[in-house]
Design a protein around this ligand. Structure first.
Ligand SMILES: Cc1cc2nc3c(=O)[nH]c(=O)nc-3n(C[C@H](O)[C@H](O)[C@H](O)COP(=O)(O)OP(=O)(O)OC[C@H]3O[C@@H](n4cnc5c(N)ncnc54)[C@H](O)[C@@H]3O)c2cc1C
Length: 394
């Protein structure tokens, strides 16, 4: 297989040079020249307007994937309680299922977890695949991979969504590898292409500087993990019931290589910022502990959670689990108050779901103001105490 130049047609326009994602085409004496690092991707052939590039690479036909139907969500639960990310994925899953004209199902794996099916139905599940087995009581990579991969192979869903949680980040790549599927991790937006019904999976790329929309045209299910706090759950409905499909789970010794011996909670206090209604967040502009003490007081007045930017976490002004953003948590509070935060794209990625953003920054050109509903230009050390005084009066 190769790509070659038809010299008599080449005008030296340079379109192919710009189109080559690998930078292996150059112009020499107004003629395109391809070097040996060419991967035969064909991007240059498509870009040429003068029929000066030819290739003997045949586009792989897209297989008939019409047998794959339905949107699936993997349920996460801990201590008999459904994880919030599952409710969020059900909200998004129901929007995708409606756009596709497919049903919405949930895979519920565990031991004695059937009681969760009612709540899953309330949040939009039409069908629950219940995979119960004593060895699924605690999460174990190999056993859960076996159970989920078996269900997928048998029922052939079109889309599978999982939380980009520690569990989802461990399980999703295993399943995708075992079934030879694609996987788009850490999506921040999902949509169905109205033309061809493919799932557009959007996630930050190149350090958050571009948002990449990824499709999986040749494989099903289209698998994506979504960060907690990004998608909105539906309001729970009453009087709904989901069809319960009991799945056989057959685990062999090769699936049970790892056993949970005991569980010890870390001393670290878990913070579920995803549930917070009000968040007071600080950045480098707070200058240190003193600035954060001020914000902590304000957060207490408001009954809010305290959080911050990566800079604040790296400086040790807030614990790492309170970092908001692309590599921290995504949140969707009613009110997000940002003090001394510039609003870098990686930080904004974590607050896109906030209902109202109130930003305080002394730089009127700060990027945070481009997403703020209320912009207060000034010194946070004057504005935060003024807000506290005003709150004390009411
Ligand atoms: C791959 C990657 C992932 C990342 N992930 C994250 C992430 O998850 N979360 C995150 O937050 N960042 C993340 N970052 C870092 C991000 O790019 C920014 O560097 C960071 O968000 C900046 O933090 P900041 O706003 O606190 O600091 P700065 O950008 O330095 O901004 C400080 C702001 O404070 C203002 N200010 C200063 N003094 C005052 C005052 N007295 N009163 C009012 N305003 C004042 C300044 O005008 C300035 O706008 C990531 C970067 C990369 C490359």
């Amino acid at each position: 297989m190769a790509v070659w130049i038809v010299e008599e047609n080449c005008t030296g326009c340079g379109l192919c040079v710009r189109a080559c994602p690998y930078g292996v085409i150059a112009l020499e004496d107004k003629l395109a020249v391809i070097d040996e690092r060419c991967t035969n991707c064909g991007a240059c052939v498509a870009s040429c307007q003068f029929e000066a590039l030819e290739s003997d690479i045949k586009a792989k036909p897209i297989p008939d994937l019409s047998a794959y139907q339905g949107v699936w969500v993997l349920a996460e639960h801990h201590g008999g309680q459904l994880g919030q990310v599952t409710r969020e994925l059900l909200g998004e899953g129901s929007r995708l299922a409606a756009a596709l004209g497919h049903g919405l199902s949930v895979v519920l794996m565990g031991h004695r977890v059937e009681h969760l099916a009612a709540e899953l139905a309330a949040y939009g599940a039409e069908r629950v695949y219940l995979a119960e087995h004593p060895d699924l009581e605690n999460y174990a990579t190999l056993a859960h991979t076996r159970a989920l991969a078996g269900l997928i192979a048998e029922h052939q869903p079109a889309v599978l969504l999982m939380g980009a949680t520690p569990l989802g980040r461990d399980l999703a790549p295993r399943v995708s590898r075992r079934l030879d599927l694609g996987l788009t991790a850490d999506c921040t937006a999902l949509a169905i292409d109205p033309e061809n019904g493919q799932l557009r999976q959007t996630r930050p790329a190149f350090g958050g500087n571009v948002m990449a929309s990824i499709i999986t045209p040749r494989h099903r299910p289209q698998m994506a993990t979504v960060r907690p706090g990004v998608m909105a759950p539906l309001e729970p409905r009453t009087g709904t019931e989901a069809e319960l499909v009991r799945a056989e789970v057959a685990l062999g010794p090769e699936d049970l290589l790892v056993k949970l011996v005991s569980f010890k909670a870390s001393g670290r206090q878990e913070v579920d910022l995803g549930q917070a209604k009000i968040i007071v967040a600080g950045g480098r502009g707070c200058g240190g502990e003193e600035g954060f003490d001020l914000l902590r007081g304000l957060a207490d007045d408001l009954g809010a959670e305290l959080a911050g930017t990566r800079v604040a976490a790296e400086e040790g002004w807030i614990p790492p689990e309170r970092q908001i953003g692309q590599t921290g948590q995504s949140v969707r509070p009613e009110i997000y108050l940002a003090f001394g935060i510039s609003g870098a794209i990686q930080h904004r990625a974590g607050v896109a779901g906030a209902r109202y953003i109130v930003a305080v920054n002394r730089d009127p050109a700060a990027a945070i103001f481009s997403v703020a509903d209320y912009a207060l230009v000034g010194d946070l050390f004057k504005i935060a105490p003024a807000i506290r005084r005003a709150l004390a009066e009411v």
